[in-house]
Write a new protein. Structure first.
Length: 245
C-alpha cells in the first residue's frame, strides 16, 4: 500500500474522504430529523393554554412540528361543504369525523376543522362566522386508498385529499375543535385530542430513508476507491493486440 501514499495519488484519496464525509454527515442529519419529528409527534401539549393561531403558523407556512397538539384559537367564516373522515371510533362505535373549513380572519386560507363525530353522512354544512378553539394536528398520511374519490368521504384526515373538496387554499394542518361558537350542529359527539390516531410508524419515514440512501452513496464511494486502489497496485496486463502495437 506504500506506493498509494505517493503525492500523485493524494487527490484520489482526498476525493474519497470528502465524498464519504459528506454522505455520512447528511445521513446523520436526516437521522436526527427523523428522531426529532417523531419526538415532536409524541409530545403532549393538549393541556397547554390556547394561543392565537397566527402566533404558531400562517396559511403559507409549513406545519410547525413542535406545536403538534397545541391548543389554538382563531375566528373566521365557514366556506364550502361538509367532508367526512371514515372509520373513526367513538365509544366503541364506528362512524365519521365531520369536517368543515373555516377561512381564517386576516388570511386567504382556510383551516380544516373537525367539528365532531357522527354515524351518518347528512350533516348540514356550517355557514356564517365562527370562533374555534381546538388542538392543532398534522395531516395524516398512511397512504390509505380512497375507494370513491367522488363522494364526500375520505379515508383519513389528509390535507391533500381535502384540497380536492374545497375551492380555497388550506392550511398545512387541521384543528380538532374543543369549542365552536356558535355551537356545532346538534347531534355531533365531541372529538378530543385523545381520539386522534397515535404516532404512526411511518411518521418522518422519508427522513429515515434519506439517511439510508446517503449512507449507501457513501459506501459506493468507498467501494469505488477500493477498486481504484487495487487497479493502481495491480494494473491489468496488456492485451496481445497492445503488445503487437
Amino acid at each position: 500500500m506504500l506506493p498509494l501514499l505517493r503525492p500523485r495519488f493524494w487527490p484520489g484519496h482526498l476525493l474519497m474522504v470528502v465524498c464519504v464525509a459528506i454522505a455520512t454527515g447528511l445521513g446523520l442529519w436526516q437521522l436526527d430529523a427523523w428522531h426529532a419529528r417523531r419526538a415532536d409527534a409524541a409530545r403532549d401539549l393538549s393541556s397547554k393554554p390556547a394561543v392565537a393561531l397566527d402566533s404558531v403558523m400562517t396559511g403559507d407556512s409549513p406545519f410547525p412540528g413542535r406545536s403538534l397538539g397545541r391548543p389554538v384559537r382563531f375566528a373566521g367564516r365557514w366556506v364550502g361543504g361538509t367532508v367526512y373522515v371514515g372509520d373513526r371510533n367513538h365509544e366503541g362505535r364506528r362512524g365519521y369525523w365531520v369536517v368543515g373549513a373555516l377561512r381564517v380572519e386576516g388570511s386567504e386560507s382556510a383551516m380544516p376543522v373537525v367539528r365532531g363525530w357522527t354515524d351518518r353522512t347528512d350533516v348540514a354544512a356550517p355557514t356564517g362566522d365562527a370562533e374555534v378553539t381546538g388542538w392543532l394536528q398534522a395531516t395524516e398520511g398512511s397512504g390509505r386508498f380512497d375507494d370513491d374519490p367522488g363522494d364526500d368521504v375520505i379515508p383519513e384526515m389528509r390535507i391533500a385529499s381535502l384540497v380536492e373538496k374545497y375551492d380555497v387554499d388550506l392550511y398545512s394542518g387541521y384543528v380538532v375543535a374543543r369549542r365552536i361558537s356558535p355551537s356545532p350542529a346538534p347531534g355531533l359527539a365531541a372529538v378530543s385530542a385523545a381520539n386522534v390516531p397515535d404516532v404512526s410508524g411511518f411518521t418522518a419515514l422519508r427522513n429515515l430513508l434519506y439517511a439510508i440512501e446517503w449512507w449507501i452513496f457513501g459506501a459506493f464511494a468507498l467501494l469505488v476507491w477500493v477498486r481504484w486502489c487495487r487497479d493502481e497496485l495491480n494494473p491489468p496486463a496488456p492485451s496481445a493486440e497492445e503488445d503487437e502495437e
